[in-house]
Design a protein around this ligand. Structure first.
Ligand SMILES: [Zn+2]
Length: 657
């Protein structure tokens, strides 16, 4: 854990920006536009104030990659080159871990084997490597993408893998080997150049193989089937190699094929990905959205390509992405264009031909209806339908005015149409969510659904109960929270306390702040109301009596997720020492000189609040008490508390009220 830097671990998946002591970014666990995901490098923790997910580097990896605890440790150990000695696992654990591990291992083995064939086998060099070289790809870029070649043989790979000890079961599950009835098997990929598909963190999940021979029946591309480690709808080709460029450029190019991705990278346009042989999914869009909201869809020159991706574009709008597009000239794609004209021209072309998607669509359709005016109403509807998908009102308004100008018609016409479509969309969404209810009658209150993007967002957003629980944990009792916050953030810091000695001189002793806080409270009959805070306080107290001073890090690893969460919440926003010292002297005290007054103030205002509550309690008892003896006892008690209150207030320099 000492070797782990949480900002690096999280940074492999989330684009983080430094803000003060923390790093912030958009939460990878829920859908959001404004960052509410905080990472504290000094404390080694993260916390999302949107959905409440919180933890340390291990929890992050577990949640994000769906790893088990040992898997997460292995992942981190690998990242920091630390060797892990494994203990015995239960047979079930072993099997589950073994299966996933084995799939990762066999995929990594296959990638290495195919890459080796590409560079060192005669056929690999003659067919595969020369294919890549002919497309202008350097050895460096080939290695960056781990490209390879598989031989045109029935079971060359399977034999090799079995000789290395991989079982039939693992080979079959990985999809690398296809088994027929009667135990016969053959390689899924034969005589193809191989594009390994990497996870966002750089592990090989599967493959896409492109055929080079002009065999009539063979498919141009063969892809790994989904497996326990590979889900093609959740993966983007090139994301591992592109993620930092996407984040840096604030833009992601979405191209159609794997070759285009590699070609764009070779041409210096590294912020490029492709969907892995599927039409774009919501999950894939969200993967991009972690790094940027700006997508530029790159279309090949053929018109069929545009039609095929138009649905995907609607999804992009619904997810709140800003969509631009680049259309390549007839019969060209980024790869062929780069081959013909070179990298610089490709970059130039991308820059000069980028159009806002909606504006482009409008221009094209306007050109169409100028030839056929009957189509005008249809065109208006089609354009407005796309505008209606944009979740942001301001952006929608902007599109309406630009498109109205292009179509030379009043904005009001488009706005009327827009209102109709949005209300129809809302109704559809409402009915989808409440299938058993009858339709709301005309004139009744609008259904409380915001439209498509929000509809999707709702599915991942925290439920009302989760929100409430989170809020309770976050706010709780303010004074109690302050106390625990101080304990967690500064408990292990030392404070100097002056004690008067009998001979009139003073002695200065150093104590842990935790010892002072607990010491000041331990003789009073006080228990914290918030059960989670109470657990933290009592644990600190117990351990202190045993001689151990606990810090915040102990509670980050706590078994109880509620305790863990509350601790992280209190630790993530940096604890600022109060400005109390300003009133007392002109000398500007150092951080540790300021800690003691802060401890005293926090503990005493907490005590004061407790004492006030006791006095109120006694007052109400006195009102209902008729027995004289009991009344005397209560009054005596009240006087004791009032004395205590005066003492505390003197310490606090407060007026008794
Ligand atoms: Zn979140």
């Amino acid at each position: 854990m000492e070797a782990v830097h949480i900002e690096d671990v999280v940074g492999d998946f989330v684009s983080l920006k430094k803000r003060g002591a923390n790093h912030i970014g958009c939460c990878p666990f829920h859908n959001e536009k404004t960052p509410s995901f905080y990472v504290s490098p000094s404390k080694g923790i993260f916390k999302c104030f949107g959905c409440g997910k919180a933890g340390d580097a291990v929890t992050f990896v577990m949640e994000h990659e769906h790893y088990t605890y040992p898997e997460a440790l292995q992942y981190l150990a690998k990242k920091y080159n630390i060797e892990v000695e494994e203990e015995q696992m239960t047979p079930e654990q072993k099997e589950r871990n073994n299966e996933r591990d084995a799939l990762f291992h066999v995929s990594e083995f296959a990638q290495k084997y195919f890459a080796d064939l590409l560079f060192n086998d005669e056929m690999g060099r003659a067919v595969g490597l020369s294919y890549f070289h002919n497309r202008g790809m350097s050895d460096e870029i080939i290695k960056t993408f781990g490209l390879g070649y598989c031989l045109e043989e029935r079971d060359n790979f399977t034999k090799k893998a079995k000789a290395e000890g991989y079982s039939d079961k693992v080979l079959e599950k990985s999809g690398l080997t296809i088994y027929k009835e009667g135990g016969k098997c053959y390689d899924r990929f034969r005589g193809r150049v191989m594009f390994p598909i990497y996870s966002i963190s750089g592990r090989v999940l599967g493959f896409s193989g492109r055929i080079l021979s002009k065999e009539a029946q063979a498919a141009k591309y063969v892809n790994s089937p989904d497996s326990e480690i590979y889900d093609k709808s959740h993966t983007l080709y090139g994301i591992y190699q592109a993620k930092s460029a996407i984040s840096k450029e604030g833009k992601c190019y979405l191209v159609e094929g794997n070759v285009d991705v590699v070609s764009m990278h070779q041409s210096g346009v590294c912020n490029t990905v492709a969907s892995c042989g599927t039409s774009l999914t919501v999950e894939q869009i969200r993967l991009i959205k972690r790094y940027t909201p700006n997508v530029t869809v790159v279309y090949d020159g053929d018109k069929a390509g545009i039609k095929a991706t138009i649905r995907a574009t609607d999804l992009l709008f619904a997810e709140g992405m800003h969509v631009s597009m680049v259309l390549f000239p007839d019969d060209d794609d980024p790869d062929s264009y780069a081959q013909k004209y070179g990298s610089t021209k490709l970059q130039e072309y991308l820059r000069e031909h980028e159009d806002n998607f909606i504006i482009y669509k409008t221009k094209t359709l306007v050109a169409d209806y100028k030839r056929d005016p009957i189509k005008k109403a249809e065109v208006v509807r089609e354009i407005v339908q796309t505008i209606a998908l944009v979740p942001d009102l301001l952006e929608r308004t902007e599109y309406v005015s630009q498109c109205a100008a292009l179509m030379q018609m009043p904005e009001q016409t488009l706005n009327n149409e827009l209102a109709k479509i949005i209300s129809a969309n809302k109704r559809k969404a409402y009915e989808k969510q409440h299938p058993q209810e009858s339709k709301p009658a005309e004139g009744q209150e609008q259904p409380p659904v915001q439209g498509t993007a929000e509809e999707v967002a709702d599915k991942v957003a925290p439920t009302e109960e989760q929100r409430a629980a989170q809020q309770a944990a976050q706010t709780g009792d303010e004074e109690e929270a302050r106390l625990i916050k101080l304990l967690l953030n500064h408990g292990r810091d030392k404070v100097k306390v002056k004690t008067p000695k009998e001979d009139g001189s003073t002695e200065v002793n150093e104590y842990y702040a935790a010892a002072v806080i607990i010491g000041l409270l331990k003789d009073d009959d006080i228990t914290l109301k918030n059960p989670v805070y109470s657990t933290i306080f009592d644990t600190c107290k117990e351990q202190l009596l045993k001689g151990e001073v606990l810090g915040g890090d102990y509670f980050i690893q706590h078994d109880d997720p509620e305790v863990r969460n509350a601790a992280i919440s209190l630790m993530i926003d940096t604890y600022k020492l109060s400005d109390l010292w300003q009133e007392k002297s002109v000398h500007i005290p150092s951080e540790d000189e300021r800690l003691l007054p802060d401890v005293m103030e926090t503990v005493n205002s907490y005590k004061l609040q407790q004492v006030n509550a006791k006095i109120d309690e006694i007052d109400s008892q006195l009102k209902s008490e008729n027995n004289a003896d009991d009344t005397d006892i209560l009054i005596a008690k009240k006087m004791q508390y009032q004395k205590l209150k005066r003492d505390i207030c003197t310490l606090l320099n407060r007026v008794i009220c």
